[in-house]
Design a protein around this ligand. Structure first.
Ligand code: GAL
Length: 332
């Protein structure tokens, strides 16, 4: 009897161990890359090339040179196991904005005509005479011939003459690239890029609301836009709206999760569409910032309940996805 009980306990322990080790997306936990290091792709963006996904984001590794800002790139074929490819951008204050200059939320677009990879990023820093601050409100652009770099910094500017802090990327089903940017005096803007992707060309929409961490996805004939309120690194209830056309009109904004959870401690960064043979899953990608130790910031990725104009973020739990079928499974 005793032996059977012990064997049972060992079996359960083994099952728990296997479960913990089995490949899964575990919101809020350390997410080791294939080297065993926590993924550094905060405020990130993802593109797909063939059957590979590339994830770019802020690399906040503690051993980085404090004068430089870094963007890392990882690749994956299953969205769960990520291989570190490179620190694709390692940039020293490119325009003399001062030691507290900012590079955040990098997003990469692939231009099939020029065969260039074009990175947009939030570039910021204090106004002259100040030592800290997000006063400059610009976007930076860098380009590379290969997806995993090295990216060559080109310039920064204010898109269409507007302030731009948090940026987001949206690639529509027909391949059209859009930049989403937060313009503090006016709201949330969506704009197209020039043919070479090196410039922001034309505004498609201004949603006159103060939203950051902006993201958009197209799903079953509707556009869904999501964003957070402006509370810095602290989480807040993220909200979404829908529209038949990117230009609007947009519906009212509604909560994506119970507001008291403050989006389960996370801030939106991207909506990733995985269209498989059997199903389409929309993944809510968000950052759980740790401002005292940004490298330890976690990721909250969850498949959304979405459709018919409604979007809902289920309570985070471990899950897996089969990118071929497009089906996501919750783990117990
Ligand atoms: C957040 C923003 C982050 C970072 C932070 C700095 O609102 O989404 O990307 O800029 O503020 O306080």
């Amino acid at each position: 009897m005793e032996i059977i009980r012990k064997a049972g306990a060992v079996g359960l322990g083994l099952a728990a161990l296997l479960l913990a080790a089995s490949p899964a997306i575990r919101p809020g936990e350390i997410w080791p890359d294939t080297r065993g290091r926590h993924i550094q792709a905060h405020g990130g963006g993802i593109i797909r090339l063939g059957d590979a996904y590339y994830w770019f984001g802020e690399d906040r590794s503690p051993d980085n040179d404090p004068g430089k800002r870094y963007v890392a790139c990882y690749s994956s074929r299953n969205l769960i196991d990520w291989t570190f490819r490179n620190q694709v951008l390692q940039l020293a204050d490119p325009e003399g904005f001062g030691p507290s200059w900012v590079l955040e939320r990098p997003k990469v677009f692939y231009n099939t005509r020029t065969r260039k990879f074009v990175m947009y990023m939030h570039i910021d820093g204090p106004a002259p005479g100040r030592t800290r601050g997000y006063d400059l409100a610009r976007v930076g652009v860098a380009a590379a011939d290969r997806v995993d770099g090295a990216y060559h910094y080109l310039r920064s500017f204010r898109p269409l003459g507007h302030e731009s802090r948090d940026i987001g990327q949206f690639i529509d089903d027909d391949g059209t690239p859009y930049l989403i940017f937060e313009d503090r005096p006016f709201g949330f803007r969506i704009a197209t890029l020039s043919a070479d992707y090196l410039n922001v060309e034309k505004e498609v929409c201004l949603i006159p609301l103060h939203l950051e961490g902006g993201a958009v996805v197209h799903y079953q004939g509707l556009y869904y836009a999501v964003g957070s309120a402006l509370t810095g690194w602290a989480p807040n209830p993220n909200r979404y709206a829908t529209a038949k056309s990117l230009a609007g009109p947009w519906s009212e904004f509604r909560d994506i999760a119970p507001p008291e959870t403050k989006t389960y401690g996370a801030q939106s960064t991207m909506l990733l569409k995985v269209a498989g043979r059997k199903a389409t899953t929309i993944i809510f990608m968000a950052d759980m910032w740790k401002p005292q130790n940004l490298s330890d910031s976690r990721y909250l990725w969850m498949p959304l309940e979405i459709g018919g104009g409604r979007m809902w973020l289920p309570k985070p739990q471990p899950w897996t996805i089969d990118v071929h079928t497009g089906i996501a499974h919750m783990l117990p």
